[in-house]
Design a protein around this ligand. Sequence first.
Ligand code: PGA
Length: 257
Amino acid sequence: MKYPLVIGNWKLNGSLSFVNTFIPTLVYAIKNIKNCKVVIAPPVIYLGQVKKILHKSFIELCAQNVDIHSFGAFTGEISSEMLKDIGIKYVIIGHSERRILHAETDQVIAKKLTVLKKAGLIPVLCIGETESEYQKGQTKEACARQIDTIFVLNGPKAFNNVVIAYEPIWAIGSGKSAHPDQVQDVHAFIRQHISRKDKKIADLITLQYGGSVDNKNVGDLLSQPDVDGVLVGSACLNLENFLKIINVADKKNEYNF
Ligand code: PGA
């Protein structure tokens, strides 16, 4: 059975005191959650402290970025090996904020996927269309382009043990989530696009939706058959909202929506 995957991306938010209050409360509050995977992505500087508090909790850690190099004169960068070294399991790549604000190209993102897989980490590859592509009806084309660059560099099995997060750029941080029917349509397309190279990988891949997910829309989003999880930004910083999202995800299989 595929367990829904909830990832909370803190982005550039948090502090030591936030970590020290939020994480123990979260660990305690979800100790009985059994049917959903919970992952948090705090800023890299807090990963060690979060890891210490998580101790034996089932909650996994995710980094928000990685460099394409393993070591050397690359000031300010962090390698996949270093993330692995401190016990990180997932790494977000291709987030639109990095594509736009840090000029990361599809090619750079494809290389990041290569280094993560080499280190045995799970890439959470974000893809999605701009507002203008959405308005022109080019959503699937944009997603296919981003997926195909990964195939070119990493071959037909590129998506083995990879998470894809479909995040329409216009929905991120806007308070305006994509409609669940549209999300389902795009997710089914993504799965089908990957299955053209490898059906087994396509069937197994976890497809998350991200973009203004909150405790009110998460049920409708997760009720879609091809929505296997959610990548949550702002709503994950509010403990009450994040807990509600996790509790809804935990029931996805039980209700068989
Ligand atoms: P949001 O962010 O939930 O605040 O829209 C999602 C994301 O950027 O992954």
